[in-house]
Design a protein around this ligand. Structure first.
Ligand code: AMP
Length: 176
């Protein structure tokens, strides 16, 4: 039953070659979002895999993590916290940097978004190198809170991004 649901989900991921630049195979989740049954099923599968783990809020990573994260937060009955690219959040922030193929980038969180005792789920559409998710985990630590689990729709296995996040539990729905 779960296998059937996962293969339905996989059918809603569109491969777009050479986007945003040559040599990248972009995994496009917009067909999944556009299909209400597939989208609901995706959020349901995430919730099932979390298996009732106590969670105080859900973090979504800009920008596709917002879509899945906000829906998962609603499903779990907890609040949603955005982690954004630098300069987007209006109040005082913490920042964590991560390496890109060329140069570096950073993510930010509002300093008052989390505090001691908070256990959060971090959500994004896809894990590639794991740099963005790892930096988000560092933001949670800066807030003196804890990551209960990382959740991704798609895992690009060859890049071994999940290794960067150990030993925190990682939930991925589809391996590519
Ligand atoms: P990383 O920090 O390397 O794990 O990159 C993860 C972020 O980059 C996620 O927010 C993804 O949305 C995006 N991303 C990286 N590679 C791809 C890809 N092949 N297709 C779609 N999104 C990607």
């Amino acid at each position: 039953m779960t296998e059937e649901r996962l293969s339905l989900l996989r059918e809603r991921i569109r491969d777009v070659p050479d986007f945003p630049k040559e040599g990248i195979l972009f995994r496009d989740i917009t067909p999944l979002l556009a299909d209400v049954d597939a989208f609901r099923m995706c959020i349901q599968l995430m919730a099932e895999r979390l298996d009732g783990a106590p969670v105080s809020s859900v973090i979504g990573i800009e920008s596709r993590g917002f879509m899945f994260g906000a829906a998962l937060a609603d499903k779990l009955g907890v609040g949603f916290i955005p982690v954004r690219k630098p300069g987007k959040l209006p109040a005082a922030t913490y920042r964590a940097e991560y390496d890109l193929e060329y140069g570096s980038d950073a993510v930010e969180i509002h300093r008052d978004a989390l505090g001691p005792g908070d256990r959060v789920v971090v959500v994004d559409d896809l894990i590639a190198t794991g740099g963005t998710a790892k930096a988000t985990g560092e933001l949670v630590k800066q807030c003196d809170a804890e990551v209960a689990a990382f959740v991704f729709v798609i895992n690009l296995l060859a890049l071994e991004g999940t290794k960067k996040l150990a030993p925190t539990p990682i939930i991925t729905l589809l391996d590519y």
